[in-house]
Design a protein around this ligand. Structure first.
Ligand code: 1HE
Length: 264
């Protein structure tokens, strides 16, 4: 009997499911997890088939780096039309992450560069260890962001900061990044994945409708005019609180069966 695993190429993603958390590893460490079409389309397939039991997803990079960004070796032969379609394909897949049924958390270490940063920005929470660093070397390469970076990153760190990174090649460290909005959490070295999984487990215990509202309604409300936003908020709030799950959770609190809010 032949050993099939020894002849097939390693999967571009590692997928592990523990409880309600799916962990997705970018698995091209020899190429610093550069994002080729295969990886992006594999992410799309994974999200399209996300089992109902999954309540949160964690992205991380196998090896020392999260991702070195777009696989530059795939870029050289692309003409303008192919480049446009390629960028729109990334948009489709990263939108699927951002607008999924469940939240995604990115565990960051080492290089978080270009398209790797764009992928991290499509996630809802970013957790970095001290080795993480953020860069947009598109200026040096003669290209432009194409994975939604110009839409998502300014909302996290501001247009001026992103422009500086692209124009001068400025690199931000993990320590700087947590204060500036690149990540929301900074862990000890090697701790990003464990912290991301811990957060994902917590997030997966929320009422599904609350997570849905945070992913689907909150970004729309934040971009809407104040009056439209307030009306959307009222509608979402009324739907959420009328859900049986909300009624049960509130009853549990009033019956002293639910946890209290504690500082820190
Ligand atoms: C790659 C890529 C890549 C590494 N595409 N192959 N991204 C960049 O401009 C970042 C380019 N990469 C780097 O600056 C460095 O590789 C790192 C700082 C990430 C890591 O350095 P190091 O010394 O650990 O590794 P290395 O020796 O540079 O790379 C190891 C291998 O990975 C090597 O291949 P090998 O066959 O010679 O071993 C590299 O060629 C390969 N590699 N990064 C292809 N990016 C939708 S638009 C998004 C636009 C962007 O993302 S622009 C940013 C592109």
């Amino acid at each position: 009997m032949t050993d099939a695993t020894s002849t097939t190429a390693p999967s571009l993603l590692t997928i592990d499911t523990v409880g309600r958390v799916m962990t997705i590893g970018l698995n091209r460490p020899a190429k610093r997890n550069a994002l080729n079409d295969g990886i992006i389309l594999e992410i799309e397939r994974t999200f399209a088939a996300l089992p109902e039991a999954i309540g949160a997803v964690v992205f991380h990079g196998i090896g020392a780096h999260f991702s070195a960004g777009l696989d530059l070796s795939e870029l050289s032969e692309r003409d303008a039309t192919a480049g446009l379609m390629h960028s729109r394909m990334w948009h489709r897949v990263f939108d699927a992450i951002q607008h999924a049924r469940v939240p995604s958390i990115a565990a960051l270490q080492g290089a978080v560069i270009g398209g790797g940063l764009e992928l991290a920005c499509a996630c809802h929470i970013r957790v970095a260890d001290p080795t993480a660093y953020y860069a947009l070397p598109e200026g040096q390469r003669g290209i432009f962001v194409g994975g939604g970076g110009s839409v998502r990153l300014p909302r996290l760190v501001g247009v001026a900061r992103m422009a500086d990174m692209m124009l001068t090649g400025r690199v931000y460290t993990a320590t700087e990044g947590v204060g500036l909005g690149f990540s929301q959490y900074l862990t000890e070295q090697g701790g990003a994945l464990a912290k991301a999984v811990e957060l994902a487990e917590r997030v997966a215990q929320n009422a599904p409708l609350t997570n849905f509202a945070v992913l689907q309604a909150l970004p729309l409300i934040a971009e809407a005019s104040p009056q439209t936003g307030l009306m959307l908020e009222a509608l979402m709030a009324s739907v959420a609180q009328s859900d049986q799950e909300a009624k049960k959770r509130i009853r549990d609190f009033l019956d002293r069966k639910a946890g209290k809010v504690k500082p820190g």
